[in-house]
Write a protein that binds this ligand. Structure first.
Ligand SMILES: [Fe+2]
Ligand SMILES: [Fe+2]
Length: 386
């Protein structure tokens, strides 16, 4: 490449460079001082001298969450052909039509783009009005939850350190945005009234936005997303709800994020164990229990025992909390025993001929793929795979 060089006034260039050096030293010294005395300082946790966010590259986190999210990225146009989304690219459309060549006519018919009208007819065929209302009530809890997941994950972008963790959180924000808009169309397709938030999810979700700093990881990624994951795992094998499989897979990565993050940026012993933090976490979690119990009639309509569902959620959330270092006032094993006793006492009072049951051992996730994904997160291994 040939460039036509232009003359430069050396003295002016040197003067500009000298002025910049003085201003740079002053600005940065001022921000360092203000940061040290707690009066502000540099706003961005960004280290331009190393071309990295403060905290370093964190490539492991980036690979587990950002790269993996991109690998598993799904498009609503593809998995929810009945929706209004037009988000698939040329290559994806070409792949889809190539895949259809190898299908039988029956498979093609099932796979073929079904219109919104046909999808609504399918829901009417598969479910009674009472079942549709039950499904919408349960799904709307997560629908409202996705709005908060979007907001909370966006707020985490300024809480985490390192380039890798920010890339991971950025993918979560993008996925929560997709969850909110796609789930809303799915819920609207049932054509029944969509309930507002109940007091319990209002308290739980508002609490997740109010809580400070990394404890938002506990409120959202550990607690609320475990409830979401459990609902998706329960419903993704039902007719018309297959798209929830993709949600389930995304949420599994989100629930694994705190554990993976703390492996690289551990919490202090005080952050994990201080009595105030333990109590605050228990306080944050409490609305989850009446929330799940509030869904008893709707779960019963679908043939699911609310206490089995609640036991399965509690076991997963508490084990995950403990493993991530978010300790509660009592060890998870003890808390689960207490909840089991409370659930059995409630059932003795409300159900005829109730026999003691270990609700904490229940698992309401259906589908082999979903169970395998959950084993990976809740079964004691590190996080949503490599
Ligand atoms: Fe989500
Ligand atoms: Fe999520």
């Amino acid at each position: 490449m040939q460039f036509q060089k232009l003359p430069v006034n050396e003295r002016a260039a040197k003067l500009n460079a000298d002025v910049e050096r003085v201003v740079n030293d002053t600005v940065r010294a001022y921000d360092r001082f203000m940061g040290k005395v707690g009066l502000g300082g540099r706003r961005a946790a960004y280290d331009d001298e190393h071309y990295e966010f403060v905290g370093g590259a964190s490539d492991t986190l980036r690979k587990k969450h950002y790269d993996k999210s991109l690998r598993l990225l799904w498009k609503a146009e593809h998995v929810a052909p009945w929706s209004s989304f037009k988000d698939a690219g040329e290559a994806e459309r070409a792949l889809l039509s190539a895949a259809e060549h190898g299908m039988t006519d029956q498979e093609k018919a099932a796979r073929r783009r079904i219109s919104s009208k046909e999808f609504r007819a399918l829901l009417d065929r598969e479910y009674t009005p009472a079942e549709k209302r039950a499904l919408v009530k349960i799904l709307s809890k997560i629908g409202h939850g996705e709005a908060y997941a979007w907001l909370v994950s966006a707020s985490m972008l300024t809480e985490v350190q390192s380039t890798g963790a920010r890339a991971a959180v950025t993918m979560q924000i993008m996925e929560e945005a997709k969850h909110f808009v796609v789930l809303r169309e799915l819920i609207e397709a049932f054509e029944v009234e969509i309930p507002r938030q109940a007091a319990w999810d209002y308290l739980l979700l508002e609490g997740s936005l109010r809580v400070k700093g990394l404890n938002r990881f506990f409120a959202m990624n550990v607690l609320i997303e475990t409830i979401a994951l459990s609902i998706f795992g329960l419903l993704s094998d039902k007719p018309g709800l297959e798209v929830l499989r993709n949600f389930h897979l995304d949420e599994s990565r989100h629930t694994a994020l705190p554990d993976n993050y703390f492996r690289e940026f551990p919490m202090t012993e005080w952050q994990k164990k201080s009595p105030a933090a333990r109590l605050a976490r228990l306080g944050m979690s409490l609305p989850a229990v009446p929330l799940v119990l509030y869904l008893e009639p709707e779960l019963a309509e679908l043939g699911v025992d609310v206490f089995e569902f609640a036991g399965s959620v509690l076991r997963k959330a508490m084990n995950l909390a403990e493993r991530s270092g978010f300790l509660l006032p009592l060890p998870s094993k003890t808390l689960l025993t207490v909840f089991n006793a409370v659930f059995n006492a409630y059932c003795r009072a409300t159900r005829q001929g109730h026999q003691w049951r270990d609700y904490m051992a229940a698992d309401t996730t259906h589908g082999a793929a979903e169970a395998a994904v959950e084993r990976e997160i809740f079964g004691g291994h590190s996080a949503a795979a490599q």
